[in-house]
Design a binder for this molecule. Structure first.
Ligand SMILES: NC(=O)CC[C@H](N)C(=O)O
Length: 429
């Protein structure tokens, strides 16, 4: 039997002189476990970052050359839900958890109809899969969906770099004919800021959603025995948002991102949900306009991108954070109750609360950096969260937000059904 050994070798090569910014540096990480044999064919890949660093790795999934923004995700589990979260369109997701792929992939954990992310960056790809739900390996799953992945790369060193420099554009390539200079040039020829990524992930037609959370996974939903009709704007909506709303007794109509506000209002919904979605909220003014035309007319709930669009529609500003929040273990304080929730997060932008009009209340704060994590504007029946109460993957602490939304719709319905008091003046008598 081969002796088990874990070896690391890091080589750093400076290809340019110190006066030529940015310097090209090559980082190689060699690892061997057991006899080093893997049950798949290995081939090389390079990840070039816009700061000039090159990370040599092994490829799995699809091959090719792909540009995207590199972000790190601190979730310990749930890589399949992360891979199918449409909000990652245009991004390479680097998992800080070093061991990925051990449960394979299954038929239940898909968060959307396909993988929209640019690629997956991991430290170590599990050589075996073990789960009663496993339908195939992570490598086969990515290859079938034409998504690139790399492993045997120092994810910790890249994460430290992203924390110091902020999110970086990267190019991942399995093409040996491309020179390092060409790859570096590619990183400078694309940016995630200012482009509409929502139009590439939203559904194309109006449809009904009926699936609820499966009973064995449901832990908290209690409907009110009453059905509320919710129109859900699909800016890249995660399926678990829809499942949680359905589990709380909502009848859901999903509409594309370009669906006019006037058509939504004609449907006379009890509430409107603005979903999560990829990219820069300032690149989709049409969506902000839609939100503006709905505000104040029915109760609304914004999640992540939906929260940012609401912030802009109220007259506030959004800004790009240094490296954003991506993970399933981020603390948030609910300022109304004082309670701390451990939350699932995935965003690079945030609303600046100082730019919001009077009457808008910051309801939640991210405890890592104090950024705004939730808003409410009771006068207009608005609530929103910057993070993910649907928690797929992630802890379930924030699930109550769906109940709060149902209560907001119920209050509105009760208000409408109350008898109207009209004052009769003496002149009318
Ligand atoms: N999950 C989301 O909706 C992400 C929102 C937005 N794309 C951001 O990065 O901030």
């Amino acid at each position: 039997m081969a002796t088990k050994s874990l070896g690391f070798a890091v080589s750093v090569t400076h290809l340019f002189g110190s006066k030529s910014p940015p310097k090209l540096c090559v980082f190689t990480l060699r690892c061997s476990a057991g006899n080093g044999e893997r049950p798949w064919k290995t081939s090389g890949a390079r990840l070039m970052l816009e700061d000039g660093s090159i990370w040599k790795a092994k490829s799995f999934g699809a091959s090719g050359t792909q540009v995207g923004e590199v972000v790190f995700n601190t979730s310990l589990t749930g890589y399949q839900e992360i891979l199918t979260d449409p909000s990652y369109a245009g991004q390479f997701v680097l998992m800080t958890n070093p061991h990925i792929g051990n449960t394979g992939v299954n038929f239940d954990d898909e968060e959307s109809r396909q993988c929209f992310l640019a690629g997956l960056v991991i430290r170590s790809l599990s050589i075996s899969t073990s789960s009663w739900r496993c339908a195939e390996t992570l490598g086969d799953y990515l290859a079938e969906r034409n998504i690139m992945g790399i492993y045997d790369v120092d994810t910790r060193a890249i994460t430290r770099r992203l924390r110091q420099k902020g999110s970086l554009i990267g190019v991942l390539s399995t093409d040996n004919s491309k020179t390092e200079e060409e790859l570096l040039k590619m990183t400078h020829s694309w940016d995630i800021v200012g482009i509409d990524l929502i139009s590439g992930v939203s559904c194309q037609s109006v449809h009904e959603w009926v699936d609820t959370t499966k009973q064995e996974w449901d832990f908290s939903s209690k409907g009110h025995g009453e059905t509320f009709h919710v129109v859900a704007y699909d800016f890249g909506i995660k399926h678990n948002i829809l499942r949680r709303l359905a589990s709380y007794g909502c009848k859901i109509t999903v509409v594309p991102s370009t669906w006019p506000a006037s058509e939504t209002l004609k449907m006379k919904p009890d509430g409107v949900l603005f979903s999560n979605g990829p990219g820069d909220p300032s690149a989709v003014p049409y969506a902000v306009e839609t939100v503006k035309n709905i505000l104040g007319k029915v109760p609304v709930f914004g999640i992540c991108m939906g929260h940012q669009l609401l912030g802009q529609a109220l007259g506030g500003k959004t800004f790009k954070m240094k490296f954003g929040h991506h993970g399933g273990n981020h603390p948030v304080r609910n300022l109304r109750t004082g309670q701390v929730e451990i939350s699932a997060q995935n965003h690079n932008y945030a609303v600046d609360p100082a730019t919001l009009p009077e009457g808008v209340e910051v309801t939640h704060r991210n405890l890592n950096d104090g950024s705004c994590a939730g808003l409410a504007f009771p006068a207009q029946r608005i609530m929103s969260l910057q993070y993910h109460p649907e928690a797929s993957p992630g802890p379930h602490d924030s699930d109550y937000a769906f109940r709060d939304f149902v209560e907001l719709m119920m209050q509105e319905k009760n208000k409408k059904s109350e008898p109207q008091i009209s004052t009769v003046s003496s002149l009318d008598a």
